[in-house]
Ligand binder design. Structure first.
Ligand SMILES: *[C@@H]1O[C@H](CO)[C@@H](O)[C@H](O)[C@H]1NC(C)=O
Length: 603
């Protein structure tokens, strides 16, 4: 990693000292914090208000026209009866902007602060170019552990749209926490236990093929599952197949080695296949866990604990927990059926307790569809009522549904099928531009990467909770806010670099005062904001926060192309401009990778 004193050095180069650092600031990683510290000092001098109040009252803005920071004056808790507008005007006049700010404006009861571009250009561009892929990294939580559980398909059943969203969002969140210095453990909690595995074993004896299992375990197991389910339908009420499946699963539950052997192979082959498929999405799990990994003893212990805490009551042999005492909306939930079998809820509780012991996490995130909101809230409440203080460290990140996810061959059932189809469709789109297509070295590979980015960006474009329609045409378009558009923006910047003979060393020593155009100022202010965007995403867990920023950044870059030429310019002008563009390229690259996308350099 590059030196962490670059920002200080950048300021020194301008003859400036770092303003005194507030405890919550990271001025060596984030120019916004340098500015926060400076404004805090200055407003403290003027208002005599507590520094921590001022510091936390500085909000970032959505649009640069409103400044880089905006502060609602009422947040400083002035005495009752104070004329807030008058105060704002007074303070704006008294404020010493120094070399840090270009403007401080009173607008009603708001103060708006505008960064000085002459400080941003040398400090930020150099910092981004030197840090490279580490620009945006923030040591906010070093030494802290987070578990992100996501994707979690059922081995015996189709990989549906909900799993796809969980995979994409969870992959992003895991990356995001790493960017903020967390020690991240990625867990895939497979549906790998239950009666359907008895069914699968019985079905495999009838319809299975050893060869097909090894070649394509997930699809083959699904075929078997479909066939054996059909048998049950045909057989009707007292299905012999169903009975055999039940008996088989009973043997598995009793720990019968022979019965478990086949299930183990189903599980292992499936995981091997999953590993490859997830790799295409740049996802690598630390742990493949699953429902099977919660032992009977662990579940019995959980039920015992429920009893000790007086949480359980019985109803016709079944065991229930009444959560309405704590929260009306949570209702009553069944934790053990009258035949003694435990339910998901009990299993989830057991698994969470095991994970706390094993990983000693500081936070655990479950990326699960909003349809599971109630289940998740019940499960969190139960842990709280069991007096586990860490129940407050559990977080459910939910999301809406995807509609209409189907391919030419019918309904999509598996992740690798979705990814194949996307790649094929992208390849077709690319072939339409023959001249360009001919220049691409490995079109298959590029089609795959751009195709993946289209699926991922479609998911990230709106708030998580929204449902969306899986729309092939829109998603694969190079226009509008799509993955291919961002890939194109990135590859165009790469091409600009390839066409120039200006070295990185020259860029670092550029004469940044040659950047005078308003669009250059917009661009550098946007680049400077990246660490703040990451911080916002850490609080709202919204991939769309990152996506929106990357689209804005790309639009600003695109608007610069007509004005800020590099080709055919004097070398000093070209160098300063290229340095700015290359900083933008780096941020776009870092942002795409954060979202799980591999940026392409040519397309
Ligand atoms: C000043 O505040 C008003 C009302 O909040 C807002 O509409 C306007 O855009 C602000 N002006 C600037 C320059 O930000």
């Amino acid at each position: 990693m590059a030196s962490v004193t670059q920002i200080t050095e950048g300021l020194k180069g301008l003859g400036l000292a770092q303003p005194e650092a507030m405890p919550a600031s990271l001025p060596e990683y984030n120019v916004y914090d340098v500015m926060r510290n400076y404004i805090t000092d200055e407003l403290h001098r003027i208002t005599k208000k507590d520094k921590s109040i001022i510091f936390s009252a500085l909000d970032t803005t959505n649009v640069l026209e409103k400044g880089d920071f905006i502060m609602p004056v009422p947040r400083l808790r002035l005495e009752k009866g104070t004329d807030l507008k008058e105060k704002a005007t007074e303070w704006a006049q008294e404020f010493n902007k120094g070399e840090f700010l270009s403007q401080v404006v009173a607008n009603g009861t708001f103060l708006q602060f505008y960064f000085n571009k002459n400080l941003l250009f040398p400090v930020v561009i150099k910092d981004v170019l030197k840090r490279g892929k580490d620009y945006g990294y923030l040591p906010l939580a070093e030494g802290k552990k987070v578990i992100v559980e996501f994707s979690s398909p059922n081995i015996a059943k189709p990989f549906h749209a909900g799993h796809l969203r969980s995979t994409i969002i969870g992959g992003f969140l895991a990356n995001l926490y790493e960017t903020a210095g967390w020690d991240v453990t990625r867990i895939n909690y497979l549906g790998d236990w239950g009666k359907q595995f008895g069914l699968l074993a019985v079905g495999f004896e009838k319809y299975g093929s050893e060869e097909a299992l090894v070649a394509d375990p997930i699809n083959h197991l699904f075929e078997v599952y479909v066939k054996v389910n059909k048998d049950i339908e045909t057989e009707g009420e007292n299905s012999a197949t169903n009975e055999a499946a039940r008996a088989y699963f009973k043997r598995m539950e009793d720990g019968d080695e022979a019965a478990l052997a086949i299930w183990k192979r189903f599980r292992e082959y499936s995981i091997e296949k999953y590993i490859d498929t997830y790799a295409r999405l740049n996802i690598k799990y630390d742990v493949y866990s699953g429902e099977s990994q919660v032992s009977q003893e662990a579940m019995k212990k959980v039920i015992d604990q429920f009893n000790e805490k007086g949480l359980i009551h019985e109803d016709r042999g079944a065991k229930l927990i009444d959560l309405t005492k704590f929260n009306k909306k949570l209702g009553k939930c069944l934790v053990q059926k009258s035949d003694g079998t435990s339910l998901y809820l009990t299993r989830d509780v057991g698994e969470a307790i095991k994970r706390k012991e094993l990983y000693k996490f500081d936070k655990m995130i479950y990326v699960i569809a909003a349809q599971q909101d109630l289940h998740t809230a019940q499960f969190f409440e139960i842990l709280k009522q069991m007096d586990y203080p860490w129940a407050k460290d559990l977080l459910h990140v939910n999301f809406g549904m995807v509609q209409g996810m189907s391919t030419r061959k019918g309904t999509v059932v598996f992740l690798d099928k979705i990814l194949e189809e996307t790649k094929e469709k992208m390849h077709e789109v690319m072939k339409k531009n023959e001249a360009k297509y001919a220049q691409i070295e490995d079109p298959e590979k590029v089609a795959d990467l751009i195709g993946l980015s289209s699926v991922i960006m479609q998911d990230h474009s709106a708030k998580r909770i929204n449902n969306y329609e899986f729309n092939w045409n829109r998603m694969l378009s190079f226009e509008g806010d799509t993955g291919p558009y961002l890939q194109y923006a990135h590859s165009r910047l790469c091409s600009m670099q390839r066409k120039s003979d200006i070295t990185e060393e020259e860029m670092l020593n550029a004469e940044f005062n040659l950047l005078v155009e308003p669009c250059a100022e917009n661009l550098v202010r946007t680049i400077a904001k990246w660490p703040e965007v990451i911080k916002r995403a850490l609080t709202n867990h919204e991939p769309s926060t990152i996506a929106t920023y990357l689209f804005d950044l790309s639009h600003i870059v695109s608007s610069c192309y007509d004005i800020l030429w590099v080709h055919g310019q004097e070398r000093d002008v070209a160098t300063a401009r290229l340095a700015l563009y290359m900083a933008a390229r780096q941020v776009l690259n870092n942002g795409l990778r954060l979202l799980g996308i591999t940026p392409v350099e040519r397309m």
